[in-house]
Ligand binder design. Structure first.
Ligand code: SF4
Length: 700
């Protein structure tokens, strides 16, 4: 018998390209140009060898036939292959021309939570130094900004989880609010399983009975947009039942009296009328939280992507503080970050109001520090620019942004009010998109620059715990494709700023980036590539190479100057748009396990596309019956902004007044055509999770 040759061992440690869980992976052995398989890294302490189906299939895209491998430049309305020099000249000319005619702020930049820390940092520097525009933001504004704003205001710092992930298994109670990690971060369920095995309890708040809700010991099926009310109602009962930790509140916080006064207006009957959750359930939950030795409240996009997203975050932080949870072992408030580098992406300067290290662009001392690192005058740095949706909505002659540069984001699927955004994008004088595949956004582009994928680049990412990890080059990029850093260097040279962008490798960018973050809130100064390899990642803040990093925050003090956390009184208010006689249903959106963000990549992976070939609308049997909708019927929904089509799934797992569809598709199946551009006043987060819609067609 002839022995079959053994497959070479997978041995290079890197991380999944997709979500913020950043599962450790073993990919390739260095001998293949494009490794065909991956294995979960059993030694990475976050996923412990587990991956979801997206991770298992991640290498499929490296040599995908639809990959763009040559720059494309629009000629007579068509994108045609061009040399790199011609394409880069075209982009640089457009930037120069726009600046000359309309000023630097007429050039916009739109980044991504998928970029490495090195690229995010350099993109921010490029926009501000090489171009001089204030208008740079990124798709993380659509993801984490409400949680970030709430965390910053309450604790003085924004880090998704203030503790390492293994704290979950030791929590007596975990409350998930508007989060469905069993679908969005499947390997995290190992921690819930261990927690439950040890006798812990899991509670879930969601308008849908999601895969995560099915794991729960207590499920609260709320009316969309009422999480804040529910949190205030829980605080009312905590006060009534004597569960407030008065000693902790007095020693570690400010502002509880005002919050107590507001909470006492949230009688359970009032809360039940708004949320649909009755007093016995509320009382049970608050007793669990208030009497446990350890309890944590974790929020997700379902609670945060609202016009009152920041206030909702505050309402749950208020509850956590009143119960004395933050800073205790396996306790506190945290949020489950969405995008791969959603955390690092917002710390290092691609956000309209921030400079690297979580410095603020309007604070003079912060500007001075970054200006010194960059070798420019502080006054030359632009001020705060437009937030993501406002930036896109300002594209074209009426808004003033005439040229846009997009890196790693499919904004023509990921944004709200897509019909409006489509028309804004098509009225630009010039649009550059850096990506690996053509998508709905490149359909509007004048230039497409084909760039490396995750497995072809080096750099760092920061996961949902605040752990800084390394992305490794495990594949050779196809001929004709370049890295993000090369693109920025080449453009900077054409714009006369070569000296400030002349980095040979990501490691060189990282060295400057460490200096830029030194002394900032998100301080990476003590983190090196070598330490990350040696220590399985390093948690920021880490101000020096001797510092061990900070896996657990708030044990002694919060990050406000006086060391105390702040309560914020918050009140229920209506959404940007509520259902009415004309548009009677709540519409809400979310993710499939098989797809990631706009689906531009995962819809190209055969296994994933086969498992979830199209978006399915969840509708309750009572609503379906009224509209003669059966399983598989084609349903057209309409909001005040547009229409979208879905196949129906008739299920009692959703509330009768609510419809749900995933947002991973564009075109006529784009859920975001229905969603409005209503923004949270603090975070500028669009209200993705609530729109008013009606059913205008059903067939089949
Ligand atoms: S998509 Fe997220 S959960 Fe799935 S393998 Fe990748 S990092 Fe892990």
């Amino acid at each position: 018998m002839t022995a079959l040759p053994l497959a070479p061992p997978l041995s290079i440690r890197t991380h999944c390209p997709y979500c913020a869980y950043q599962c450790g992976m073993l990919v390739g052995d260095g001998s293949s140009d494009a490794p065909a398989g991956v294995q979960g890294d059993p030694h990475f302490p976050v996923n412990n060898g587990q991956l979801c189906i997206k991770g298992w299939t991640a290498t499929t895209l490296l040599r995908h036939p639809e990959r763009v491998t040559t720059p494309l430049v629009k000629h007579r309305g068509e994108l045609r292959s061009a040399s790199w020099d011609a394409a880069l000249d075209d982009v640089a000319d457009a930037i120069r021309r726009t600046k000359a005619e309309y000023g630097a702020d007429a050039v916009g930049f739109f980044g991504s939570g998928a970029l490495t820390n090195e690229t995010a940092y350099l993109l921010g520097k490029f926009a501000r130094v090489a171009v001089g525009t204030a208008n740079i933001d990124y798709n993380g504004r659509y993801c984490m900004s409400s949680a970030a704003a709430g965390g910053n205001r309450a604790f003085g710092i924004d880090r998704g989880l203030p503790f390492p992930i293994d704290d979950l298994e030791r929590a007596d109670v975990i409350l998930l609010v508007g989060a469905n990690p069993a679908d969005t971060l499947p390997p995290i369920t190992q921690w819930f399983e261990r927690q439950k095995k040890a006798g812990g309890r899991l509670a879930v708040i969601d308008p849908r009975k999601t895969a995560t809700a099915k794991l729960a010991d207590l499920f609260l099926q709320t009316t969309p947009g009422t999480d804040l009310t529910l949190a205030n109602g829980l605080l009312y009962l905590a006060i009534e039942e004597g569960l407030v930790n008065e000693e902790y509140v007095a020693a570690r916080t400010n502002g509880f009296d005002a919050v107590r006064r507001v909470a006492l207006q949230y009688h359970p009957a009032h809360v039940e009328r708004l949320t649909g959750v009755g007093e016995p359930t509320l009382r049970k939950l608050v007793r669990w939280l208030g009497t446990a030795r350890s309890a944590m409240i974790l929020s997700g996009r379902g609670a945060e992507q609202h016009t009152k997203g920041v206030d909702t975050v505050h309402a749950f932080i208020n509850l956590a503080l009143a119960l004395g949870l933050p800073g205790k072992p396996s306790s506190g408030w945290g949020c489950l970050t969405g995008q791969g580098n959603g955390q690092g992406g917002r710390e290092h300067g691609q956000k309209a109001d921030q400079l690297p290290g979580y410095r603020l662009i309007e604070v003079e001392a912060h500007r001075q520090h970054i200006a010194d690192v960059w070798g420019v005058e502080p006054d030359s740095l632009p001020r705060k620019g437009k937030s993501a949706f406002e930036l896109l909505d300002a594209c074209g002659p009426s808004g003033g942004i005439r040229s846009l540069f997009v890196m790693g984001s499919n904004v023509a699927v990921a944004s709200p009010d897509l019909n409006r955004i489509d028309s804004r994008l098509s009225s630009l004088d010039h649009l550059t998109v850096c990506d690996s595949f053509l998508n709905d956004t490149t359909a509007h582009a004048h230039v497409v620059l084909p760039v490396y994928q995750w497995a072809e680049e080096e750099g760092t990412m920061t996961n949902l715990e605040g752990r800084v990890i390394r992305r490794r080059r495990v594949a050779r990029p196809p001929t004709g494709v370049r890295g993000d850093l090369d693109v920025l260097r080449e453009l900077a040279e054409r714009l006369g700023h070569k000296d400030k962008f002349d980095f040979a490798a990501p490691a060189d960018v990282f060295e400057e980036f460490r200096r830029a973050t030194a002394g900032g809130t998100a301080d990476y100064a003590g983190i090196t590539y070598e330490r990350i390899d040696r220590e399985d990642g390093v948690f920021w803040p880490c101000p020096s190479e001797e510092h061990p990093g900070t896996p657990r925050l708030f044990t002694e003090r919060f990050h406000h100057t006086d060391g105390r956390a702040k309560f914020f009184p918050v009140e229920h208010r209506a959404a940007g748009e509520e259902p009415d006689a004309g548009y009677p249903f709540f519409f809400t959106t979310g993710r499939y396990r098989e797809h990631y963000n706009s689906g531009a990549q995962t819809r190209l992976v055969g296994v994933l596309a086969k498992a979830k070939p199209r978006p399915v609308l969840q509708i309750h049997p009572a609503a379906a019956g009224r509209h003669r909708i059966g399983a598989g019927s084609k349903v057209t929904l309409e909001s005040r902004r547009g229409r979208a089509e879905f196949a129906a799934d008739v299920t009692p797992e959703i509330r009768p007044d609510t419809l749900f569809a995933p947002f991973h598709w564009g075109g006529r199946e784009a859920a975001n055509r229905l969603v409005g551009g209503f923004l949270d006043p603090v975070s500028r987060m669009p209200e993705f999770k609530l729109a008013a819609v009606r059913i205008v067609g059903a067939a089949g």
